[in-house]
Ligand binder design. Structure first.
Ligand code: GAR
Length: 235
């Protein structure tokens, strides 16, 4: 059983997609802890699912190192295999990233390496991008820079504004993150560290835009996520 901690800062729709996915008996992964850096709305989703939560507010600590020490204590106590950042809007220090190298993954609303950082949807629109999307990547000390595990593309429509585009990308995020977790839990993707180097292996070879083997994995029943309803995707 793959043990996950999920770190959030906001509404937690990606958290909800992971909760719904891992709640299935056929999925050998479970969320054992949800951590937030503020009283995030998403905490209520975890509590409703009976998952232990904790808020660690950096403003109550004298510096980032002591805030991260508390985070480390909570994570280590929960004995997790993977730390999923799901809208956790805080840059983690290089030493934190090194400590958990190969164990922290993040979902980002762009086709990395394009549009690292914030306001990704508006920046894609401003550039006249034809394709946009989301990425799950391994977290390293550089912001939004680690090896890309998988991406889903979204076509940009001429009628798109930031909100419409964001809604369609979010719907893809809700499919992509559970699929990555499922593939890791099933051993289709392995992340290893070798003398400080990351090794990302896809059992059935690299397929751009998809997790290798994901089609196979996708046969597992994926739950309908309340956040990617047809209405929302078409908004
Ligand atoms: C998601 O779109 C996620 O990709 C993004 O924040 C949103 C969180 O939404 N993350 C980042 O921008 C990280 N760089 P959620 O709280 O509803 O999951």
């Amino acid at each position: 059983m793959l043990r996950l901690a999920v770190l959030i800062s906001g509404r937690g729709s990606n958290l909800q997609s992971l909760i719904a996915y891992t709640a299935q008996d056929t999925v050998p992964a479970m969320i054992v802890k949800v951590l937030a850096d503020k009283p995030a709305a998403g905490l209520a989703l975890a509590e409703a699912a009976g998952i232990e939560t904790e808020t660690i507010d950096p403003s109550l600590y004298p510096d980032r190192a002591s805030f991260e020490e508390s985070l480390i204590t909570a994570i280590d106590k929960a004995k997790v295999d993977i730390i999923c950042l799901a809208g956790f809007m805080r840059v983690l220090s290089p030493s934190f990233c090194r400590r958990y190298l190969g164990k922290i993954i993040n979902i980002h609303p762009s086709l990395l390496p394009q549009y690292k950082g914030l306001n990704t949807h508006q920046r894609a629109l401003d550039d006249g991008a034809k394709q946009h999307g989301c990425s799950v990547h391994i977290v390293t000390a550089e912001l939004d820079d680690g090896p890309i595990v998988a991406q889903h593309q979204v076509a940009v429509n001429t009628a798109d504004d930031q909100d419409r585009l964001a809604a369609r990308v979010l719907a893809e995020e809700h499919k992509l993150y559970p699929a990555v977790i499922g593939a890791i839990a099933a051993g289709l993707i392995t992340i290893r560290t070798d003398q400080g180097q990351l090794r990302l292996d896809h059992r059935s070879g690299a397929i751009p835009g998809h997790i290798p083997g994901m089609e196979q994995h996708m046969q597992w029943p994926l739950p309908t996520c309340p956040f990617h309803s047809k209405e929302m995707a078409e908004k």
